[in-house]
Design a protein around this ligand. Structure first.
Ligand SMILES: [Cu+2]
Length: 491
């Protein structure tokens, strides 16, 4: 039932015999070329291990996810974690548009849980992406997610969305990567054999012999990992182009990614391919967000993939700089590929007819213990917003607090129109998780496609979500217009 790809065995072989080490003291001096199976340069950590994969076959991915508390390898330590299938970094689910995911989740932890397929355009109703489900201790739930043919292609993730318990469960380990294939269809033929890496960012705090899950403080020192490894080594040849799937699948913190000497060429955001590729030196990645990027190897040497300091505001947190991975450029140089510019087609809602407008106002109490949308904390039994299937709405999210939050909506992606009044380029406008700066305003547009049902929108700093910053959205069939009205689309 559970299949894993050959890459796992290879990656495990890499780890054997490698000692974990700190990259502190790295120099930019010459390194021994690291061939396909040669050792990584002395003093560096283990080679980056992509997570094992469960891959769909003949249109179906059958998977079992068991939630259990176990002592596992987490970075350079062994700690108790709430694991999926016994690992801090669980298998990547790899599917294609139109596939069905049949997934049985079994809960062996004495706390309700459930599963959210973050970013997937699937039904918010049972047995699919219904985040109101509570899987009790020792019970199983059979999820079945039918991906539509128009499911955008890129990097997604799955995680616990348990009521008021998302932060402790995701921080404890309950998150993994989900990939919709294949971005290759948009890449030029010269990049057909491109090396691809998942760079899943998870962080943990420690309490005794466990990952800390209770009374989590967003600003407390935290250990950042990549695919569950501490400072792994990524190897790239001079001139080589690689596809990196950058995904912040932790509970609460921000990353501001930087790779000295190289730019990130963004080809997809939150699993949605961009219309036009753009290049940046740094990428702000709020909790929950993903960027698929192309990077190109420079001159031989070693550098660091790092997160730069980020200050989320007076009432927020100062996240310090940290090393994430060592990037070793070595081996036979390759001819630098010309990167694509025009990438994938996507709808632009700039000139769409707007059927409704809504405003969501973020506030919080002084103590930072309660968080509100339009003055209310989350109540799963209350419906806060209603939208009609098939229509486009414009939403304004106003952050009346002195710290950054993020805005995430389930079921449908959104086009970011502006941040703080500054228009956002429509050539790369689509997201499922958008940062909302302290005292800032974002405007987004959403088309409600394909699915009706109750779903949610919320801040994806999960401490905030658990403390109230979440609302229920009901997507309903539009009221039938009079018979004389032409063009009334049946929902
Ligand atoms: Cu928040």
């Amino acid at each position: 039932m559970i299949r894993s790809v050959l890459g796992l065995a290879l990656a495990s072989a890499w780890l054997a015999g490698c000692t974990s080490g700190s990259p502190t003291g790295l120099t930019d001096g010459p390194h021994e070329p690291a061939g396909e199976d040669g050792p990584v340069a002395a003093g560096l950590g283990p080679r980056l291990q992509d997570p094992p994969e469960l891959v769909s076959h003949d249109g179906v991915l059958k998977a079992g996810i068991v939630v259990e508390r176990r002592k596992v390898q987490v970075g350079n330590r062994r700690l108790y974690a709430t694991t999926y299938n016994g690992a801090y970094m669980p298998p990547t689910l790899r599917v294609r548009p139109g596939d069905r995911i049949d997934l049985t989740m079994t809960n062996n932890v004495d706390q309700d849980t459930n599963l959210h397929t973050h970013g997937l355009h699937v039904s918010p109703r049972q047995p699919a992406d219904d985040n109101f489900i509570a899987i009790k201790y020792k019970q199983s739930y059979h999820y079945s997610y039918q991906l539509p043919r128009n499911q955008p292609i890129g990097t997604y993730w799955y995680h616990s969305h348990a009521g008021m318990l998302s932060a402790p469960q995701v921080a404890g380990g309950e998150s993994g990567i989900l990939i919709v294939d294949s971005l290759h269809q948009y890449l030029p033929a010269s990049l057909g054999a491109i090396t691809e890496h998942t760079i899943a960012l998870k962080d943990f705090q420690v309490q005794g012999d466990s990952i800390k899950t209770r009374r989590l403080s967003i600003g407390a020192p935290t250990q950042r990992t990549v695919n569950g490894q501490q400072n792994p080594v990524i190897i790239i040849r001079p001139g080589e182009t690689q596809l990196w799937r950058l995904a912040n699948i932790g509970a609460n913190i921000y990353y501001r990614l930087h790779l000295p000497g190289t730019r990130f060429h963004v080809i997809a955001q939150d699993g949605i391919p961009v219309r036009r590729v753009y290049a940046v030196d740094t990428l702000l990645i709020p909790a929950g967000a993903r960027f698929d990027v192309l990077v190109q190897g420079g001159s031989p040497g070693t550098t660091r993939l790092e997160t730069l300091p980020y200050n989320s505001g007076k009432a927020g947190n100062k996240f310090p700089r940290a090393d994430l991975a060592a990037v070793v450029t070595s081996g036979t140089p390759m001819t630098r590929a010309t990167l694509p510019t025009e990438f994938a087609p996507h709808e632009d809602l700039t000139h769409a007819a707007i059927a409704g407008r809504k405003t969501m106002i973020y506030t919080e109490n002084k103590a930072g213990t309660k968080f509100f949308i339009n003055g209310k904390t989350y109540d799963p039994h209350r419906t806060d917003f209603t939208s009609a299937l098939g229509t486009v709405e414009e939403w304004t999210v106003r952050n009346d607090t002195d710290e950054a939050h993020s805005f995430h909506v389930h079921t449908n992606d959104m086009q970011l129109m502006s941040t703080n009044g500054k228009a956002h380029p429509s050539s790369h406008g689509w997201y499922d998780t958008v940062n909302v700066p302290a005292r800032g305003i974002i405007v987004v547009r959403i088309r409600f496609r394909d699915f009706t049902g109750r779903t949610v929108l919320h801040c994806h700093l999960l401490n905030h979500e658990d403390a109230g910053m979440m609302s229920v959205l009901d997507i309903v069939r539009p009221r039938p217009k009079s018979k004389a009205s032409p063009g009334n689309r049946a929902g």
